[in-house]
Design a protein around this ligand. Structure first.
Ligand code: SAM
Ligand code: SF4
Length: 464
């Protein structure tokens, strides 16, 4: 095997920090929250203190601090994307997943390039501009080039005024050379979840296939970054192990990437274990995360790594999704299907990866987001202007990224409303746009109005 760099996840240090974090008082918690509002991130010791909070007043202060940091750095935009499952074939045996190799309750299928083009067309016709390509870990006869071809197919598909402008991918860990191919295919973010950073738990839930190798998985982001992919997305599958352990381990992973590459992850995902056909574990998570702890997770991550996007998928219900917008979430999926072919044929129990918590179509999700005062964004500007990796972080850290995000969110939202919005969503959306413009400073308003005007007069894909 080629040499790999395994990020040091020090379990003993994590356990010590967890014990120390329990011995805090209100004064120490408030001191951490004050430091958090400086938006420079937090140490593991600080994070452990926040994880131990249960007093309702202090929890209220934690959520308020997260809200403030979220608005300061990201403004009020929420970026939309859709997953595109190209295959549910898999040779691994992850006990929590419906796609695991020995599960006979799922009908296996790898979409052809024609089918992928058709799924893409349907997503474009809903108004999507960003796709997250997802696959099990077993490709048809052409091997990994199946993924590369699929990315090309997605980028090449057009319908009416629309096209997919950014393809992100969540596929199994790759070799350095494969990551280079992925980069050459114009990947946006490479996303991969460690599932659990706890080695003992990892061994218990991954019973077969290459995925059993913890080190190969935890070292994947190092290889992706070595290959020049500087936007990477990490995550934990919450419910497998103690969430407090996972957060501190994730912090160690992040600090390792920052130290080695000068930049941390572009996004963090917070999937919670959902029921899945043919998986007992998915219905009875070994260490379930309550709704209140889930909100704490989002708020603490927002404060600990303020510059990193937080992704909330349709695994969660509409209510939980709404609540977490304010606490730090910056990207959400909408109108998702987890069965290959799902946009063409509808949701199918015997083909999907897990059960969805939010079944609403994209238009309804957009209307809801706008009615809450957030700007639904289809922006892909940063990636296409090369503002990725360190360049993105240099803008995000001082809170400057929102000067691009807000105008871009507004211009892409207007594009959505004109080309795809229902009359009800258009009405709610126009009100949201007017309010947002009214609340902007003169410079941002002038720039946004100029961009919006271009879209209203027929230009598409307007960004700064
Ligand atoms: N097969 C690749 C892998 O495992 O890395 C990539 C895609 S996998 C389909 C995407 C993610 O779905 C996994 O990393 C896992 O965290 C998540 N997942 C699997 N089963 C799940 C379940 N029952 N509930 C929620 N998320 C689940
Ligand atoms: Fe396969 Fe990924 Fe599901 Fe594991 S999580 S069974 S690797 S698709």
């Amino acid at each position: 095997m080629t040499d790999i760099t395994v990020p040091p996840i020090d379990e003993q240090k994590i356990e010590e920090a967890l014990v120390a974090g329990q011995r805090h008082d209100a004064a120490r918690a408030r001191e951490v929250l004050d430091r958090a509002s400086e938006m420079k991130g937090l140490s593991s010791g600080d994070v452990a203190v926040l994880m131990g909070l249960s007093d309702p007043d202090l929890l209220g202060e934690l959520f308020a601090a997260a809200r403030k940091v979220k608005e300061e750095i990201y403004g009020r935009r929420i970026v939309l994307f859709a997953p595109l499952y190209i295959s549910n074939m898999c040779r691994n045996e992850c006990l929590y997943c419906a796609f695991r190799a020995r599960n006979t309750a799922v009908k296996r299928r790898a979409l052809t390039q024609e089918e992928i083009a058709h799924e893409t067309k349907l997503l474009v016709e809903q108004g999507h501009k960003r796709v997250l390509l997802v696959a099990g870990e077993s490709y048809p006869h052409e091997g990994f080039s199946y993924v590369i071809k699929s990315i090309e197919t997605i980028y090449a598909t057009r319908s009416g005024n629309g096209e997919i402008r950014r393809v992100n991918a969540n596929v199994a860990p790759l070799t350095l050379d494969e990551f280079k191919e992925l980069k050459a295919a114009r990947i946006g973010t490479y996303q991969l979840f460690q599932e659990t950073y706890h080695r003992g738990t990892y061994a218990k839930v991954h019973l077969g296939g290459v995925k059993r190798d913890y080190d190969w998985r935890v070292s994947a982001m190092d290889r992706a970054m070595e290959a020049g992919i500087d936007d990477v997305g990490i995550g934990v599958l919450f419910g497998l192990c103690d969430w407090r352990f996972e957060i501190l381990a994730m912090m160690q992973h992040i600090r390792h990437l920052e130290k080695r590459f000068g930049v941390g992850p572009h996004t963090i995902s917070v999937p919670r274990l959902e029921p899945a056909v043919g998986s007992d574990m998915a219905s009875q998570p070994p260490q379930p995360v309550s709704d209140i702890d889930f909100r704490k997770i989002v708020a603490i991550l927002r404060l600990a790594v303020p510059y990193t996007g937080i992704i909330m998928s349709t695994r969660e219900s509409a209510n939980i999704r709404r609540e977490t917008f304010a606490l730090g979430v910056s990207q959400i999926s909408g109108g998702s299907r987890t069965n290959p072919g799902g946009y063409t044929e509808g949701e199918k129990e015997d083909g999907g990866q897990f059960c969805l918590g939010d079944h609403r179509p994209l238009d309804e999700v957009i209307r809801d987001v706008a009615s809450l005062g957030y700007i639904p964004s289809f922006c892909t500007g940063c990636y296409r202007l090369g503002r990725t990796g360190r360049d993105f972080m240099d803008l995000a850290k001082p809170g400057d990224i929102k000067h691009h995000c807000d105008p871009n969110a507004l211009s892409t939202f207007v594009e959505y409303l004109m080309d795809y919005g229902s009359p009800e969503t258009r009405a709610v959306g126009e009100e949201c746009i007017a309010k947002t413009l009214a609340g902007m400073d003169d410079k941002a308003r002038a720039l946004s109005q100029k961009m919006i005007e271009k879209v209203r007069s027929g230009k598409r894909d307007v960004f700064c």
